[in-house]
Design a binder for this molecule. Sequence first.
Ligand SMILES: *Cc1c(COP(=O)(O)O)cnc(C)c1O
Ligand SMILES: [Zn+2]
Length: 430
Amino acid sequence: MSGSARRSWQRCAACGHEMDELARETRCPACSGLLEIVHAAPATSTGQLKQQFAAASVTAQGAAASGVWRFQEIVLPTATAPVSWPEGNTPLLERALVQQWAACPRLALKHEGMNPTGSFKDRGMTVGVTQAVRVGATAVACASTGNTSASLAAYAAQAGLPALVFVPSGGIAMGKLAQSLAYGARTLLVRGDFDDCLRLVEQAHRELGVYLLNSINPFRLEGQKTIVLELLLQLGWESPDWIAVPAGNLGNTAAFGKALREARALGLISRVPRIASVQAAGAAPFATAFAEDFATRHRVRAETVATAIKIGDPASWDRAVRAIRETNGVVLAVSDAEILEAKAVIDASGVGCEPASAASVAGVRKLVAAGTIGPDERVVAVLTGHVLKDPGMLLRYHQEMDPPPARANRPVEIEADLRDVARVLDLRTR
Ligand SMILES: *Cc1c(COP(=O)(O)O)cnc(C)c1O
Ligand SMILES: [Zn+2]
C-alpha cells in the first residue's frame, strides 16, 4: 500500500491491521475483527468544508442532490460514480403532541423513514453498493430484519447486480418483504431468527464469494454517519444536547459515534452531543451490558414487536461501546407497551413511523422522567423507518387487540345510510 496518494484506507479496530480501501474482506484477515474506514484529513479548511456541504444541497442533479454524497469528502472521497437514488435530505420535525407526551419541549424528530425505500438503511446502502461496484462484485448479499433487504434490493437493482437476501421466515414486516420481492432480490426465508441469518450470510460470503452488505461492512457505516452530519447541518452546526436512536445491531450507534468523533476533529462542532441508544426490553443485551459498565458481552434470544431491533447478538458491539463511552452516552431499554404507546403518539401527530423507530421517543420520555435529560435540553430523536413498513402491526393495534389499547382508533363499519353517519358523529362529539 503506497502511503502518500491514499486518501482512505481500512483498518482493523481490534488489532490495527491496515488494508487497501478496495480490499473486499469485511473482517480483518489477521484477527477477524471489524474494520473501519480511515480518511486522511481533507485539504480544505473547516469553513470551506461547511460551505461545500451546504452548497451541495441546492444542486438538483443525481448524486449531488443526495444528503449522503453531499458529505462525500468525509464519507468516500475517491468514489467517482455513486449508485444513488438520491437519498437523505430528510426533514427535522417538531410536533407539539410528541413533545408534550415525552415532556421534552425541545424535542425534534429526524425522520429517516423519508428515505427512498422508507428507512435510514438507504444511507448506508448507497455507499455499500457503490463500493460493491468499485471492487468488481458480481453479486451482493445481506441478512436482514427487513429494511436492509428492501434497501439492498433497490440499490442492487439500480447497479444491475444480483442481490441475495436472508430474512427470518415469518419474522419480517409485510411492507419490507413486499419491497424486497418487488425490487427483484432473490429472497431466502430462513427457518431461524436474524442471528441465524447473519451467521449464514457470513458463511456464504466466505465460501461462495458474494460481497457482504450487512452493517459489519464498514462502508455502510460511512453512509449512516450522514444522519448525524445532516442533522448538525440542519441545526447550523450547533450541537443538540442529545441524539436518541433505536438500537438493534448497533450499526447506527457505532456510525453516530464515528460521525461525532470526526466532526469534532474537523472542527465542524465544538461540543459532542450525548448518544442515547434505546433497545427493546426483550432484545436488550447492550442495555444490560451498559448497566455493568460493559464488563461482559451479552447475548439473548430476542423477542419484541419491534422487529427491526429484534436482535439478540448485535454485530457492531465493540464500536458501539466506543461510541457510548466517547459521547458520555447512555443505553436503556423500553418495553413493547412503551414502544407502542410512543408510536401511537407519533402516528397521531401525523408524522408516523414503524414500531422500532418509536423506541427513540419512548427512550427520551423515560430519560426525561428519570431526570437524565433536563427540561431545557435540546434533543433529536431519530425515527428510523416509515409508518407503512409494518401495516400488519398497525392493523392489529387499531383493529384487533382485545381489550383495545388506550390509543386504538377502531374503524366503524356502517350501512350505506346517512343515519349511521349521524350516529357515529354523535358518538364522537358526546
Ligand atoms: C435497522 C433498523 C434499526 C436498527 O439499527 P441498528 O443500526 O441495527 O442498531 C432500527 N430501526 C429500523 C427501522 C431499522 O430498519
Ligand atoms: Zn485485526
